[in-house]
Design a protein around this ligand. Structure first.
Ligand code: GLA
Length: 393
């Protein structure tokens, strides 16, 4: 990881010296601990911010142009602040540009040009929300530079709109919310219907979160994601014929669902809805387990969550299943599951600190043998949500 000083040097070697100040902002990636495919069904999720993310260095320009540079992608661009957003580039800058378009819609158009340098530490396409991290850091930095209020719930909402409407990915609110509102050593219990949330202390003692990247390209993810969303909409529509006041699928508890499931047409919709209802209940039970420091039980819920995503919601894939299977063979693993949208990306496991080295070695080796792919592992703590970095820190 490069130091803040080196990041500033990168900025200056690209954009040159100026009398204007360079300001630095950071937004994390996120890992979802439990509550998968629940956000767009209006239920509870329990994500946490990571200790690594996206750094954005920003400096006001003398003209009204906005210049984009990334340390991670070769594509760079420059455009006038008045012509932002037309046309879409199909490149990484669509994420920050989408945010600028949303800010303008909210009555905060850019009043000057800016030089923007993005430095990402989150592997792209790994399901750790590198795109939400770029969106949220852009919104936070521009509002700061423009001297506007920085409400992190509003930032999450406008970043999600940028992703849905400008970038064109129909994701829920969880990723942007976690990136904007995460807090060190805390998970975030978010009610996705109302956006009420609270911090849940994530004290794992001698256990570590280990993220395993399958390095499997998530080829199917967008189409299958949208397919699951429509299946849930259809299940909700059918259930509403019997419970008109039901607003979201996650609004049912498992008992009520049991009494109603016969009204769902076909085995597939039943399985999808059963996952949503049970996973939503599992989130609240997981929070209770964390609050009484029962990590064993939390690990059991993580395992149940994965099995449900594999068998009922059908968003896992062989690579994720193999990695989870191998992870569970390690004695010090309390639980292991896929995290994020699925069809590739990462797993998250809770592993005793004495077993982490063996975990990384054994799971990595067995995974490669069985899939032909080399895995990456990140042992990480829970970090802060978006923030400004002052001084030379
Ligand atoms: C992706 C989406 C989120 C959420 C998860 C699944 O990360 O961006 O909104 O739906 O998948 O839980």
């Amino acid at each position: 990881m490069i130091s803040m000083q080196e990041k500033k040097q990168l900025f200056i070697s690209h954009f040159g010296e100026s009398t204007k100040e360079i300001q630095t902002f950071q937004a994390p990636g996120r890992v979802n601990l439990i509550g998968e495919h629940i956000d767009y069904n209006g239920g509870y999720v329990l994500p946490a911010a990571l200790e690594f993310g996206t750094t954005l260095l920003i400096r006001e320009r003398d003209d009204n142009r906005v210049a984009f540079k990334s340390a991670n992608f070769p594509y760079e661009a420059q455009m006038s602040a008045d012509e932002l957003g037309t046309p879409k580039s199909g490149e990484w800058i669509d994420y920050p540009v989408g945010v600028m378009v949303e800010l303008a819609k909210l009555g905060c158009p850019l009043t000057h040009g800016y030089d923007l340098y993005f430095i990402g530490e989150i592997p792209n396409g790994a399901g750790l929300s590198s795109s939400a991290s770029i969106e949220v850091v852009t919104a936070f930095a521009l509002l700061s530079a423009e001297g506007k209020e920085r409400d992190t719930v509003e930032i999450a909402k406008l970043s999600q709109r940028a992703e849905n409407q400008y970038v064109g990915v129909n994701s829920g609110i969880m990723d942007q919310f976690a990136v904007a509102n995460g807090a060190r050593n805390n998970a975030i219990l978010l009610m996705c219907d109302t956006l009420e949330y609270k911090k849940v202390p994530f004290n794992t003692g001698s256990y570590k979160l280990v993220i395993g990247n399958t390095n499997k390209r998530r080829g199917l993810v967008d189409s299958k994601y949208n397919e699951r969303r429509s299946e849930c909409d259809e299940a909700l529509r059918l259930l509403q014929e019997h419970v008109p006041e039901l607003e979201f699928l996650a609004g049912l508890n498992p008992e009520k669902f049991g009494a109603l499931e016969e009204h769902l047409l076909g085995e597939v919709l039943r399985r999808r809805a059963k996952h949503v209802v049970e996973e939503n209940a599992r989130v609240l039970k997981s929070v209770e387990a964390l609050q009484r420091n029962d990590l064993q039980q939390f690990g059991i819920f993580m395992n149940e969550s994965h099995d449900s995503l594999r068998d009922l919601y059908e968003v896992s894939c062989r690579e994720l299943d193999v990695m989870v299977e191998e992870a569970r063979k390690i004695g010090g693993t309390l639980g292991s599951r896929m995290t994020g949208a699925g069809f590739g990306g990462c797993t998250v496991s809770l592993v005793h600190e004495d077993d982490v080295a063996r975990f990384v070695h054994n799971v990595g080796e067995a995974y490669e043998q069985r899939t032909g792919l080399a895995a990456d592992f990140y042992v990480c703590g829970v970090g802060d949500g978006v923030h400004q970095i002052k001084g030379e820190a």
